[in-house]
Design a protein around this ligand. Structure first.
Ligand code: ADP
Ligand code: MG
Length: 481
């Protein structure tokens, strides 16, 4: 029998706000343990929560960006459980009136090569709700340590329908979601810092079945590649269980990215076990059209819409467009360069190849770099007007990157102007022909590629100043080919 995998993700994303979800104490990562706390975070008697509007703004924005339906009234519920990571014995969350329902995330699967666009799919979402993050427990030898710095940090939980069909789709889903949230400034989504965390629900069923199989929830997937590899391993495990004649049990399993194996953690709890009830300290919130419209106006263009626009309107190759849209600042940099008059393909090439390479080597982001759209546009213009050759352009680029000098300034200072003076070019070509009779013979014998050696010699003699196109013409004329 053939089986297919069915996967639904529950993604927790920390919202980037200055203060916590229900109190004014600061959020943060890496501060000394238990310094980011106050009576509300610690649930001291009499402390009352006050909603942070910035967190609500962020989740509404997320919902608008992902085409969710935004609730007109939303409210908070207590999810009751005892565990020392939460000082209240309950977590403030949302049960039956979440901020967002429905919506979808567009993903792109890898294409047959980096130059070819892969399949795009829309993955439907069930809901997105707000809740507060919990503290962190560390176990050392016989001690358990508690740090409440993270407790009360605004968190969104994004729940998908069981609509993903492979580990690769789950990977692509997270990559796309992450890009969108970073674009909109909602979160930095750094999985290493726990700003984005993902649990995967996985089942298998015979191909053609419409009923869902028994699901396993996989936790501790701490990076996008752990999500992919953990899901792949779980699908394999489930296939093996079925193949050996056993039945699958609904459970929560903990994945270990080091070994690639998972172990059972607990049999799955149900929603009613948590005894959800509306929080009596917090008021329901009405979200009106005006509020939504104000946030909608702040939304960035969606990354894949940008990708399509770069390909259609700027005639960029898919590979360049897909690299540019991965980083909103880089995509903006490109568009600025084009606005300054640079040809889109040329600008994209300099940015995707040279700029990204230099930034990586210097460990810099685009915004930290001395290089601006004006620099690239200036360089492209000098090349276009044949003031410099492409070899010289590489040199100008490196100088601009290092010093922040403009392209024309570098060209002037280094005397890099390309020579188009016919007499000068002919003299250089003469010398090259005289010095290399072997290549001359080969060209005349009908080997057109042999001319490259002569061209190279001219570039060398001229210290890179000869215009390559003119050199080609003159050499051919002089050799009579
Ligand atoms: P629970 O009540 O256990 O939290 P939910 O129905 O709320 O389960 O679903 C949680 C997540 O699990 C969702 O992302 C959903 O799409 C996914 N899911 C539910 N059933 C299955 C299944 N049989 N196989 C795979 N994923 C599933
Ligand atoms: Mg659930």
């Amino acid at each position: 029998m053939n089986f297919e995998a069915v996967i639904g993700l529950e993604v927790h994303v920390q919202i980037r706000t200055a203060s916590k979800m229900f109190t004014r104490v600061a959020t943060g990562y890496g501060a000394p343990p238990n310094t980011l706390t106050d009576p509300v975070v610690l649930a001291l008697p009499g402390a009352l929560p006050v909603l942070n509007k910035a967190a609500l703004d962020a989740i509404i924005k997320t919902g608008l960006m992902l085409d969710c339906e935004i609730a007109s009234v939303t409210r908070w519920d207590r999810k009751n459980y005892f565990y020392p990571d939460s000082p209240k014995n309950y977590q403030l969350s949302q049960y039956d009136q979440p901020v967002c329902r429905g919506g979808w995330v567009e993903l792109e699967l890898p294409g047959p090569s980096l130059a070819v666009m892969g399949e795009h799919k829309r993955i439907p979402l069930t809901r997105i709700h707000l809740e507060e993050d919990v503290g962190k427990l560390t176990h050392e030898a016989h001690d358990s340590l508690i740090d409440y710095n993270r407790a009360g940090t605004p968190l969104m939980e994004i729940v998908t329908e069981p609509a993903l069909r492979s580990p690769e789709e789950a990977f692509a889903f997270l990559t796309s979601l992450r890009t969108s949230l970073i674009y909109a400034g909602i979160s930095d989504c750094d999985m290493e810092k726990g700003q984005m965390r993902c649990d995967a629900n996985i089942s298998i069923r015979p191909v053609g079945d419409t009923k869902l199989g028994t699901k396993v929830e996989l936790k501790n997937l701490n990076s996008t590649s752990y999500v992919r590899d953990g899901i792949a391993a779980e699908i394999k495990r489930q296939l093996n269980v079925i193949a050996s004649g056993d039945t699958l049990v609904q459970e929560t399993r903990l994945y270990d990215g080091e070994t690639g194996r998972s172990a059972s953690m607990r049999s799955k709890e149900m929603a009613h076990d948590y005894r959800y009830f509306p929080d009596p300290d917090l008021m329901p919130v009405r979200i009106d059209a005006e509020w939504k419209a104000r946030l909608a106006a702040e939304l960035p263009e969606r990354p894949f819409n940008k990708q399509r626009r770069f390909i259609d309107a700027h005639a960029l190759p898919y590979s360049a467009a897909s690299v540019l849209i991965r980083d909103r600042a880089l995509a903006d940099f490109f568009e600025e360069t084009v606005k300054l008059g640079a040809k889109p393909t040329a600008a994209a090439n300099w940015i995707v190849n040279d700029l990204l390479r230099q930034l990586a080597a210097a460990n810099q982001s685009v915004s930290e770099s001395k290089m601006t759209p004006t620099h690239i546009a200036g360089l492209v213009a000098l090349l276009d007007q044949s003031v410099i050759s492409s070899t010289q352009a590489k040199e100008v680029f490196a100088e601009m990157f290092a010093s922040g000098e403009s392209a024309p300034a570098v060209v002037d200072r280094k005397g890099l102007r390309q020579s188009t003076d016919a007499n000068q070019l002919e003299a250089w070509c003469d010398t090259a022909i005289r010095n290399d009779p072997k290549s001359v013979e080969q060209v005349r014998a009908g080997n057109p590629k042999a001319i490259n050696a002569l061209k190279g010699a001219v570039m060398k003699i001229s210290a890179g100043k000869a215009n390559p196109k003119l050199v080609d013409e003159i050499l051919k004329k002089q050799l009579g080919v």
